[in-house]
Ligand binder design. Structure first.
Ligand SMILES: [Zn+2]
Length: 375
């Protein structure tokens, strides 16, 4: 596949690029004559985003909670005491449907790798990479965390765990307990780390920063400006229980904090394999092309993106999503694999039956609110 006349993050003007074996290269003279060619006007191409923390099955929840909490256990207990009906209504939806929506949520935003936290899910033929890892929920909510952390059969797998999700002292000491109980010295990937110090961060292979979720729950986020000196910072959204469905809102909020520089924030969304190379379904390259909505540097344009601006998502050399404006150029594509949807008035074709899925979910949960419509 050859993409003509696109801007890139590091380039200084429009170029033609070729997708070859999942890599982005300059089109060589050996490009097959019948390769699909798409020509863009005023567009930016970049590798698909990596969302390093989500719970795919929790993305039909509205944001739950109505105050600022000291830590995640206080929030969790408050939810179970006050939102029983809201929780039960969503959990009534079969798991497979909830997970399918979680995958669409990510794809519609141009996320082509999502790291799911929780029990491994049976997912086949997903249109994006689903990375599953050795997840432990947290020190507070998983009774057998010490046993699971020190499971010798999983010695080589990094452990991914919510940790330090709070602004109080308990949240800080919880991180020390985790570090001290890591008897096999497994690689730790922490999620949230709001209470984390630089000295603690050194003990982690990476920290997944989820600022929007943190501000919603705690009105405070991890000191990423300090932690970045001691560990790798990855970016995550968490589920819609604590944040918007749209990762681009999370990214712009993160940018406003100025805790990471623009190139650092960009890299947190495009980690170079290190942290997730141990997971199943890791990070195979994929590309996104989006409309250039604003002037300025490529990174300014990148950070201004929204799902409505996404023109093309390619994953494993397959088109997973495209904008209506490319329809004429995609004459030979089998449209029966795609469904037509609208995001903020912009018409997109997405692989799979999204309108059917939304209708199916509404049979179980009529209150479901989707950010897309079928007509
Ligand atoms: Zn989480």
């Amino acid at each position: 596949m050859i993409l003509n006349n696109v801007n890139t993050i590091t380039g200084t003007g429009p170029v033609n690029i070729q997708l070859k074996n999942g890599q982005i290269v300059a089109p060589g003279s050996n490009a097959p004559a019948d390769a699909l060619q798409l020509t863009f006007d005023n567009a930016l191409a970049f590798p698909g985003l990596v969302n390093s923390h989500d719970h795919l099955d929790f993305n039909l929840f509205p944001q739950l909670g109505d105050k600022i909490y000291n830590n995640y256990t206080e929030w969790g207990n408050h939810l179970h005491a006050n939102y029983q009906n809201e929780i039960a209504a969503v959990l009534k939806i079969p798991l497979a449907l909830r997970v399918s929506w979680g995958i669409f949520k990510n794809l519609l935003c141009g996320v082509t790798t999502v790291v799911n936290h929780g029990e491994p899910l049976a997912i086949n033929n997903a249109p994006i990479n689903i990375a599953q890892c050795h997840s432990i929920h947290s020190v507070g909510f998983e009774k057998l965390w010490k046993v699971r952390l020190n499971n010798p059969l999983k010695r080589k797998l990094p452990v991914v765990i919510h940790v330090g999700e709070g602004s109080d002292e308990v949240s800080g000491t919880e991180i020390d307990r985790l570090i001290n109980w890591n008897l096999l010295k497994k690689k730790l990937i922490g999620v949230h780390g709001v209470a984390m110090t630089g000295a603690q961060a050194k003990k982690f292979e990476a920290l997944v920063w989820c600022p929007e979720s943190n501000y919603f729950l705690l009105d405070k986020t991890a000191p990423a400006d300090d932690l970045k000196k001691h560990t790798t910072i990855l970016f995550g959204t968490d589920s819609t229980l604590t944040g918007s469905w749209n990762i681009w809102n999370h990214i712009r909020l993160a940018r406003k904090t100025k805790m990471l520089t623009d190139p650092e924030l960009y890299r947190s969304l495009h980690p170079e394999g290190a942290a997730w190379r141990y997971t199943s379904g890791g990070n195979r390259p994929a590309i996104v092309v989006a409309k250039r909505k604003s002037e300025g540097s490529s990174l300014d344009v990148f950070f201004a993106t929204d799902p409505a601006d996404i023109l093309l998502v390619v994953h494993e050399e397959q088109i997973r999503l495209f904008d209506d404006s490319l329809l004429d150029q995609l004459g030979q594509l089998d449209l029966s694999r795609f469904s037509k949807i609208y995001i903020n008035g912009a018409c997109k074709y997405v692989q799979g039956d999204l309108p059917g899925l939304m209708a199916n979910i509404k049979e179980y949960y009529p209150e479901a609110v989707f950010p897309v419509t079928a007509s």
